[in-house]
Design a protein around this ligand. Structure first.
Ligand code: PEP
Length: 255
């Protein structure tokens, strides 16, 4: 496996935080921290702040992402937003299948599969989230759970579609809890995801896929997590709302 072959992506998941003026303020603080770095930097903001964020990042290397997308192209789906609508706005990335959506909003592997396909077809880069629950880790079935998610969430994908998808390994017990996976746990799980992809699509495809770790990544632990061979970046919640901490994580990804 060769880490150099892959794009490193540091993405902030702002969740349901920041009004438009607050989004501008945070992006303005992140801008100088994102100068002259080789990794991809993404801020995934609430729908209401997308257009504002797109304007605010103009002329920088920061990309904007959404936090969900519907799988149909248009129609009677009150409250939903299509991939084409996001693309037309200037959005580049979209988080799909976050554990909070799986837990609170009935997201399943079937809908994750459909949303990810729709995002790819519209030219968006999906950040597709997978990860085990605490009881699954304790029952020693992490490998089985995560392998199943990858197979179902990416069912029917071409090799090219797999390559274009960013996968975020996010153990559910580590999200927003302050409990981070150990460096070894993060590296091992990202490695097993790569192996599943290698079995399905071959080593070249697996070597090209960006696999992030997410789950209480912060300014203190990012450097060691990002050193893991199979960890190609991070999906960061809480720490992405503090420019200084996000900046330290960006720096850690570029050393
Ligand atoms: C997330 O929201 O994807 C996440 C990893 O959150 P946190 O960093 O706060 O655990």
């Amino acid at each position: 496996m060769n880490k150099q072959l892959r794009k490193v992506v540091i993405a902030g998941n702002w969740k349901m935080n920041k009004t438009r003026p607050e989004a501008i303020e945070l992006i303005n603080q992140i801008k100088p921290l994102a100068d002259n770095v080789s990794c991809e930097i993404v801020v995934c903001v609430p729908y209401t702040a997308l257009e504002t964020a797109i304007q605010a990042v103009k002329g920088t290397n920061i990309k904007v992402g959404a936090q969900n997308v519907h799988f149909e192209k248009s129609g009677a789906f009150t409250g939903e937003i299509s991939a084409d609508m996001l693309k037309e706005l200037g959005v580049d990335y979209v988080i799909i299948g976050h554990s909070e959506r799986r837990q609170y909003f009935g997201e399943t592997d079937t809908t994750v599969n459909k949303r990810t396909k729709a995002a790819l077809q519209a030219g968006l880069i999906p950040i597709m989230c997978v990860g085990e629950l605490l009881e699954e880790r304790e029952a020693d079935i992490t490998e089985e759970v995560v392998s199943r998610q990858i197979k179902l969430d990416m069912a029917g994908f071409t090799a090219d579609e797999v390559k274009k998808t960013v996968i975020a390994y996010e153990p559910v017990w580590a999200i927003g809890t302050g409990k981070t996976a150990t460096n070894e746990q993060a590296g091992e799980a990202c490695g097993l995801i790569r192996n599943v992809i290698a079995k399905l699509h071959g080593k070249d495809v697996a070597d090209a896929v960006t696999i992030q770790y997410g789950g209480s990544m912060n300014a203190q632990n990012a450097a060691d997590l990002l050193k893991q061979e199979d960890v190609d970046g991070g999906l960061i919640g809480g720490a992405s709302l503090k420019a200084e901490d996000f900046g330290i994580i960006i720096k850690a990804a570029n050393t």
